[in-house]
Design a protein around this ligand. Structure first.
Ligand code: NAD
Length: 345
């Protein structure tokens, strides 16, 4: 298959690129190379004849038309987005422009391309979204594909808007779409402003490890390479017009996650142990969703997917990766906003 991946220089998109190329698919990576991107993230895939890169912004419809006409993909996997909730609180405009208008451009460009090609039955537009569109859960319950949308941050509202557009383009124009809503990812190449790499790098440098609020917020963590595997499966085999929730059934409070990372650090980098002594509770994020949990029954039963690693195993691999890849993350610490407290409102 020839797959056009948007956002392939980011965290999850690059995992999709690496896995797709390793499986023998041709991949066109379309990315604007924002602060969150790094072309090194695609790893060895960059050396493959199967891989090509297009430096383009999804806010620019003309570029999308040209790229689709040039590469003629079988599948579009749309991951490009502004993705950091804290940044969405300080500067929501970029989230609306990329996540909503950019997705609108992607849909219109894909629709025009699909029409021009004679509406091939095999074409698919796969929109990659988040469980944050469903809002915040209480102590019990899980998000299913039919849970009502209730986004509460500028980020999740912009992703919810994009999901609605994708469904509307399917219902109104018949565009062959599939959607996925996934829980929190972690793993190699995670930009060092997100919780898991922040904890590892703060522990490594002996600086205080910030935990928002009381640390009791619950997330359902999934290893990024398992997410990439699920995405390729849905892109190929998901039913048109259908959405799939993807989760690892690994509900953990933030404070327990941080303590687990610290325990791995104690073993793998004993200098400075016990690293948990560095934990510092800081003012909470405004509107911080309390709990997310995914019910993955649909993807498990209909597509026979399940994650390959537990959160324990995945976190260990992630800590090992950061300890072995200082060359990757060190330069990223210099990027605008990294290391600063953002999104206090
Ligand atoms: P990321 O911030 O690491 O990467 C986003 C990529 O999109 C970057 O390479 C960036 O340069 C690119 N991009 C941003 N604006 C663009 C534009 N206007 N035009 C072209 N490219 C642009 O994000 P991520 O964590 O890899 O998330 C990827 C997707 O998965 C997003 O749609 C996000 O909403 C979704 N998602 C993320 C998570 C998570 O835990 N990180 C969970 C579920 C869903």
């Amino acid at each position: 298959m020839k797959i056009l991946v948007t956002g392939g220089a980011g965290f999850i998109g690059s995992a999709v690129v690496r896995l797709a190329v390793a499986r023998g698919h041709e991949v066109v990576n379309v990315d604007a190379l924002t602060y969150a991107a790094d072309l090194r993230n695609v790893g060895d895939a960059a050396d493959s004849d199967l891989y090509s890169f297009e430096h383009a912004d999804i806010r620019d419809r003309g570029s999308l038309d040209r790229i689709l006409a040039t590469h003629r993909p079988d599948i579009v996997m749309h991951l490009a987005a502004e993705s950091h909730v804290d940044r969405s609180i300080d500067g929501p405009a970029a989230f609306i422009e990329t996540n909503v208008i950019g997705t609108f451009n992607m849909l219109e460009a894909a629709r025009a391309y699909w029409d021009r090609e004679g509406r091939p039955e095999t074409f698919r537009f796969h929109h990659i979204s988040t469980d944050e569109v469903f809002g915040s859960l209480g102590e019990t319950g899980q998000f299913t594909e039919t849970t009502a949308y209730d986004p509460r941050s500028p980020y999740s509202a912009s992703k919810a808007g994009s999901d609605h557009l994708v469904r509307a383009w399917h219902e109104t124009y018949g565009l062959p779409v599939v959607l996925t809503n996934c829980s929190n990812n972690y793993g190699p190449y995670h930009f060092p402003e997100k919780l898991v790499p922040v904890v590892i790098l703060k522990a490594l440098s002996g600086q205080s490890i910030p935990v928002y609020g009381d640390g009791g917020n619950v997330r359902d963590w999934l290893f990024v390479e398992d997410h990439a595997d699920a995405l390729l499966l849905v892109a190929e085999k998901g039913d048109l017009g259908r959405s799939y929730n993807i989760g690892g059934e690994n509900e953990v409070t933030n404070i327990d996650l941080v303590r687990t990372i610290c325990a791995h650090m104690d073993e793998l980098h004993p200098e400075g142990a016990p690293h948990a002594d560095l934990i510092t509770f800081v003012t909470d994020r405004p509107g911080h969703d309390r709990r997310y949990a995914i019910d993955p029954t649909r993807i498990r039963s209909e597509l026979d997917w399940k994650p390959s690693v537990t959160v324990e195993q995945g976190l260990r691999r992630t800590v090992e990766w950061y300890l072995a890849n200082r060359d990757w993350w060190q330069p990223l610490l210099e990027r605008e906003g990294v290391g600063k407290r953002l999104g206090t409102g």
